[in-house]
Structure formats: C-alpha cells, structure tokens
Design a protein around this ligand. Sequence first.
Ligand SMILES: *Cc1c(COP(=O)(O)O)cnc(C)c1O
Length: 404
Amino acid sequence: MTVQAPSGIVPLDSILPEEPLLMMGAGPVPIPARVAAANSIVINHLGDTMAQIIEQVKAMSRYVFQTESQHILGVAGPGSAAMEMAIVNLVSPGTKVLSICNGFFSGRLAEMADRAEADVIRMAIPDGQAANPDEVEKYLKQHQPSVLTIVQGETSNTIFNRYLPEIAAIARKHNCLVIVDAVCTLSTMPLLMDSWGIDAVITGGQKGLSSIPGVSLVAFSERAWERINSRKDQLRHWCLDAKLADQFWYKKSYHYTAPVSGILAMHEALRLICNETLSVRFNRHLRCSLALQKAIEALGLSLFVAPEARLNSVVGINMPDNIKIADVLNYISEHYRVEISGSFGPSIVRIGQMGEQSREHNLFRTVHALGASMKALGAPVNVPAGVAALESALGSFTTTAIEI
Ligand SMILES: *Cc1c(COP(=O)(O)O)cnc(C)c1O
C-alpha cells in the first residue's frame, strides 16, 4: 500500500526557529533560558522528583504571594482557568458577588460569576480611574455581597487599582471574601496576600512571572478554604474543583496528569524570582517602567492614563490621530523584530513591563524601534530625545522604599 502525501502542505518546512521577535507587548513575555530548558523536560507526574518539585513550587509561591497559605494550587490552563477556579469554588448558584469592573479582565471575572449563576452586582468604575474605597464601601453596605472580585492591574486599559489594600480591608470588615486577579502584577509590584487579607489570588505563567503560558497558580486563604470545604453542592467543574486539585498538590495522588514540563518551567521561574528577591525585583520593574514612560513622553507621545491610576506593568500609549495602530504594530515587528500590543478598546498601543521585559537592553531596543516606526509612519517624534531620556531616567533612578 502506498501512502499518499497530503496535498498542499508538501514540502513541509519547519516554521521555527524564526528570527526571534522581542516580545514587548501585553504578554506572553520573554522567558529566561533556564525556564525554557526546564520546559523541555518530561518526568513522571507522580514520581519522587515531581513530589519534591511540587513542595518547592508551593514553598516558593508562598514567598511570591506573601502568604502562609497551605492552599496554593496549580492549574493546567491559562490565567483565565485560574480565574475560573477561584470563581467556581467560591461562588455557588445565588451567591451575591460584587464585581469591580474597570476593564476587560475585571469584566471577565464578572462574566464567570454570571455563568456560575451568582447574583452579580457590577460596580462600573469611570474610565481612567482606580476604584475608590469609599465608593466600594457604599456598594458593600447596600448589597452585602459575600464575594468581591477585583483586578490589581488591568492589562487591557493599563489601569492600576492602587487602593486594593484599602478595598480588601473594607471587604473583610463586611465579611466578604476578596478574589484578586494578579496575572499581570504578581512579582512586578507589591501584593501582600496575608497582610492585606486577600482570600484568593490568581496568576498566570506568561506575564509577571515570566514563565510559559498554560500553567497557572491560585492561592486560597484559610477563610476561603473553609468556604470551599463547607460546600454541600457538587461542583459542576471537574478539572477546576479545588478539592480534587488538592489531591495532587497536597496528597501526592492523582487528579489529572499534571502539565509536568510547564510546572518545571514555573518552578524555575519562581526560583529565579526568589533568588532575585521581591524587593530587588519590584525596584527593577519600577525603575524600568518609569524610565520607559519618560522616554515615551520625550519621543513626543502621550501616555493614556494619568499618573494616579497608571499601571507600571503595562504602559498604554495614545496614538496620534493620523496613525493607524495596525500599521505601527506591523512596522515595528517587520522592521525591528519587536512585538508590542494594540488594545481591545481604547486607541492605544501597549508596551509590557513584566518580568524579562523589564531589562535595560530590551528598553533601549523598544524605545528606538517604537520611535523609528512612528517616525517612518509620519508621526512627529524625536527619536534621539526619547533614547536620551531613557538613559537619563535609568541613570537617575534612586531605589525607593519598596521593601518586603
Ligand atoms: C492576561 C490576563 C488574564 C488572562 O490570562 P490568560 O492566560 O490569557 O487566560 C487575566 N487577567 C489579567 C489581568 C491579565 O493580564
């Protein structure tokens, strides 16, 4: 018998490796070589080595999340799977949920709560602003929800909910569990799960942590775990059932075949974070992001969000009227092999400052590439001024009081 070659795809050349693109958008972000190497290994998902890896992933995560939680779970899936895991385990049909909505991802949390048949109250935050704790308290008093959802850094529109600690404290006072999406922010800026009193923290691999997409983490507080344990109804989600996941993460038994390579990559990413230490890492991110912001303004472009609500982990840049976003993205990618992001809503482009993106050499390449691309497309930008401002801002940064 002869096997026919498939038509239309012969000869089948390998697509990779391509000339590397520098991933400076809203994620996924570049990964360190050691993370990539770890991701190439497959081991027994229930063997001794995996058991040690899991213990260390939990221990390192406790540091990165700043928690003593004994309920940190991994999930095979995107950041959204971790979001859904937090929601479906803490929300049952009829649960009253207050969703603080100031962007695409906070809206996604609300939608997930809707689908879990919660009674969802959406608190819409005016464009360009962080959620205000006093306003949140009014909603808490009026609606008495038992779960509140909020995003620390809204990657979609580059809004930073800087009053998260105050909001979490108020929610706690009203006996309301707090779910925080920290996919973009965890390990790029302070998030103190225990001392802020947060009940579920969600993160993904491919943003702040600089690991691969597809393996995510969620940490539950003791209070949240009590709620999970006291549920009498059966969860409709099997893969995302926290009590089943606990079998693998705490009892060395089988739930589903863990994404071993991705967990090894996550282990390596967490190890690099622990070695760097959080305070050094937070300062690196702050220094790089503030310098990038200065450089963008010196180019002659303007930033989308005012400083009081501006996210440092992803920087939003207004487009001049005569320039099309798609043209900028194509030009910068084709001519400079730098990838940046457009947006789902506002007329902005976004440059990420998460993990490996916050490196000086990546900033110089990106600022030059953005400036030169905009200039080529007809925007009145000053490329040398942008690069000079970047150098000067990096040089004059003084370590701030970010201590952990
Ligand atoms: C990217 C992102 C998500 C979703 O992560 P996926 O891995 O794409 O599912 C959720 N929340 C925030 C804040 C994000 O930046």
